[in-house]
Ligand binder design. Structure first.
Ligand SMILES: Cc1cc2nc3c(=O)[nH]c(=O)nc-3n(C[C@H](O)[C@H](O)[C@H](O)COP(=O)(O)OP(=O)(O)OC[C@H]3O[C@@H](n4cnc5c(N)ncnc54)[C@H](O)[C@@H]3O)c2cc1C
Length: 299
């Protein structure tokens, strides 16, 4: 109930203007989101000093104009150059939402922009991972991924365990060198395409994890769920994967103690670090996941 309320709020532009201008928002937001590109570089450095890898996400969703899409491409190319200059690559890569590159207005143009960003990442000695958005975009994300992988086979993809199709998608993507992030899925989806109960989503997550861990690709286990993390650790052992053959991923500001514990245990841990001023939709999805914990936690 609360979850659907916050997910609905994530799509409300009126509420967005109200929340973004509220003075109380700023400090709260900084616990989960770096502000400027400069802040993102500083936080990336701090995380790297703590032995954590990073994936940077420039916050911008559902771009409406070609100019906005071009600006997003430029932002990514610039941050990749700055990461390289700062000596933060390859430990820092970037995450990309195709909707931010205007996929809804012009798929071909979004592909061109994504290609340019992958080229900038390759030049900087690092990689790009495509985020997963709502299920109406999954096929288009796949097509773009396959195109990008012709020139940049290291391009990563995100799969959402709550979608019924994802087990099949995992099978398709568990190939040599294929980087696949597995998460539960953050968007409200209809029963026809997605599991609705937490238990069914968790069971799907484990089936998908088994496919990815036993396959030939590079699984990126993106969850804060203690049970699923424990199963991830177990599967990595069971399938004899050593450090560098899989990784855990957690969001910036969420369970930092667990991030440190996993890294101390010899696992590669990557922190997903969003930055920029368009934080509203991202933060509402986080609050939808854990309303009480997120709204009441002190840090
Ligand atoms: C690196 C990364 C990348 C992601 N990329 C995408 C993407 O591209 N597309 C997409 O749709 N979704 C993405 N997500 C979001 C994801 O789909 C989930 O919505 C989100 O991670 C919440 O699910 P969970 O697995 O963490 O577990 P939940 O079901 O939210 O929580 C399970 C358990 O984890 C623990 N826990 C969770 N949150 C907290 C907290 N704040 N503090 C303490 N304990 C907590 C609690 O014990 C809780 O009971 C990403 C998530 C991560 C970590």
């Amino acid at each position: 109930m609360l979850r659907s309320l916050f997910l609905a709020a994530a799509g409300s532009s009126r509420l967005e203007r109200l929340v973004e201008s509220a003075p109380v928002s700023k400090g709260f937001v900084r616990r989960f989101i770096a502000g400027s590109a400069g802040d993102a570089l500083r936080v990336s450095r701090e995380l790297a000093d703590d032995g954590l890898a990073v994936t940077l996400d420039h916050l911008r969703e559902d771009t409406r104009t070609a100019e906005q899409a071009a600006a997003v491409r430029q932002e990514y190319v610039t941050i990749l150059g700055r990461l390289r200059e700062a000596g933060l690559t390859p430990a820092a890569e970037v995450s990309l939402k195709l909707s931010a590159l205007g996929q809804r207005i012009d798929e071909k143009l979004a592909l061109e922009h994504a290609h340019a960003i992958c080229a900038a990442a390759a030049e900087a000695g690092t990689t790009v991972t495509l985020d997963a958005e709502d299920h109406t975009t999954t096929d288009a994300m796949f097509e773009t991924l396959l195109e990008l992988r012709r020139d940049f086979p290291e391009t990563g993809a995100t799969l959402q365990a709550h979608l019924r199709r994802t087990e099949g998608d995992c099978r398709e993507l568990a190939t040599a060198g294929s980087r696949v992030r597995l998460c539960k899925g953050a968007y409200a989806e209809p029963e026809s395409v997605a599991f609705q109960s937490a238990l069914d989503v968790d069971k799907s997550f484990v089936r998908c994890l088994n496919i990815l861990m036993s396959g030939e690709g590079y699984p990126m286990v993106a969850t804060h769920d203690p049970r699923l993390i424990a199963i991830g650790e177990d599967r990595a052992r069971w399938f004899d994967r050593s450090t560098g053959e899989y990784e855990f991923q957690l969001l910036y500001g969420v369970r930092p103690d667990e991030q440190a514990r996993l890294a101390a245990g010899g696992h590669t841990v990557r922190v997903y670090l969003p930055y920029g001023d368009q934080w509203y939709g991202y933060l509402m999805r986080r609050i939808a996941e854990r309303p009480v914990r997120v709204l009441t936690s002190k840090k």
